[in-house]
Unconditional design. Sequence first.
Lengths: 162, 255
Amino acid sequence: MTVTDQADNCFSKKEILSILSTVKDPEIPVISIQDLGILQNVDVSGQTVRVDIIPTYSGCPAMHTIKTDIKQALGQHGVVDMEVRLLDQPIWTTDMISPKGRAAMQAYGIAPPLSINEKKISCPQCDSTHTTCISEFGSTACKALYRCESCLEPFDYFKCHA
Amino acid sequence: MTNSIDNKALYAYLLRLADSSLTMGQRLAEWCGHGPYLEEDVALTNVSLDMIGHANIFYQMAAELSDEAQTADELAFLRDAHQYRNPIITELPKGDFAFTMMKQYFMDTFNFFLYEGLSQSSHEPLALAAQKALMEVKYHLKRSETWLERLSLSTEEASKRIQKALDDLWFYTPELFETDATMNKLFQQGVIGDYGELKKKWDSHVQAHMNHCELNLPETGWVATGGLEGEHSEHLGYMLAEMQFLQRAYPNSQW
Ligand SMILES: [Zn+2]
C-alpha cells in the first residue's frame, strides 16, 4: 500500500488493524500487541485514527516504545491525524493473550502462562514438565526464570498475571 | 458520595502513596549491580520497576488534581525532603540483603492489605490503580515471605542478620498506620479504607510469619514518626540529592 493509493487518506478499520498487526511487543518481538491483548479499541472517523491500548505491568518500560511504534507504523502508511491513548481499564491479565500469541511465545522459547487446566510449566524446548524455578523474575518483570531438569536448558516463563 | 470528595485531601494522600512507592523503588534500584547473585540482582530491580510504576500512576493522579499545572515528573523530581510524605521506613538506606528483604516484607504485606482496601475506593481511578498494583504486590509478597523463611531458617549468620534487621526495623512500622485529619475525611467519604482494620490485618499476618520463621519481635525501641508531616530522617535528603540531580541541574530535560 502506498500513500498515493490512499489519496484522500481515509482508512478502513480493517486496514488500520492490519497495519497494527505489524506492531510487536518490543520485549517479545514475535507477538503482536493484538495477540498480547493490550490493543483495546481502534476508532476511525474520517482521516482521524484513534488507538486505545492498556498497560501490561504498572512499571512496564515498554509501553512508551509501543506507543511510539504504533504512531510510526501508522505514519509510514500515510496516517497523519492519530491519537494513541493509554487506558486504565480494563485491567490487563495474561488471560487476554490469544492462543496465537501463546503459540508464538512457545516457539520463541518462552513458556506461556499456565492455563487453568495445566499444573506444571513445561519446557519450551523439549516439552518436559520436569522443571524448576530458578528466580521469580527473569529478564523482564513479566517473566520468571526456570530450568528444565530433562534437557538442562534454562528458559523464561511468562508469569500468570491475574 | 463520589462528587463530594475533598480534592485537597486526596491530593495529599496520593502523594503519600506515591512518595512511599518511589522511595522504596529508588532504594531497591541501588541494588542494581550489587545483588547477592545475578538472578536476585534482576529480581530486586524488577520489583523496583513495579514500585516506581505504582508511584508514577499515583503522581499522575495527583497531578490531575493539582491547581497548579504540575506534572508527575515535577512532583517526583522538584519537591524537597520536607514536602515528601512517605513514612521514614521507606527512605532508610538499603543496608544488607537481610535488611532490604525485611523492609520489603513489611511493605509488601502493608501494600497488599492497603491496595486490597483501596480496590473498593469510591474514587474509581484510585480503585482501578489499586486493583492493578495489587496483582503485582501479591507476587512481591510471595517472594519476600519466602526469603524471610529462607534466611531465618538457614545458617547461623543468615538468621543472625535477619533477626538484627527485624530489631532495627520493627519500630519504624507503627508509622505506616498513622492517619491525619485529611485521611479521616477521605475515610468518611469512602475513598480510603479503615487504617485501624489495616493494622489489625497486618499485625496478625506478620506475627504469624515471624513465629513461623522463629524470629523474635523486639519489645522496646524508639518509635519513628513524622513522615506524614514532612519530618524525615537525614537519609531522605541524600537520596533526593542523587535522584533529583539531573532534573535540577538540567531543568526540563527529557529522556
Ligand atoms: Zn527441556
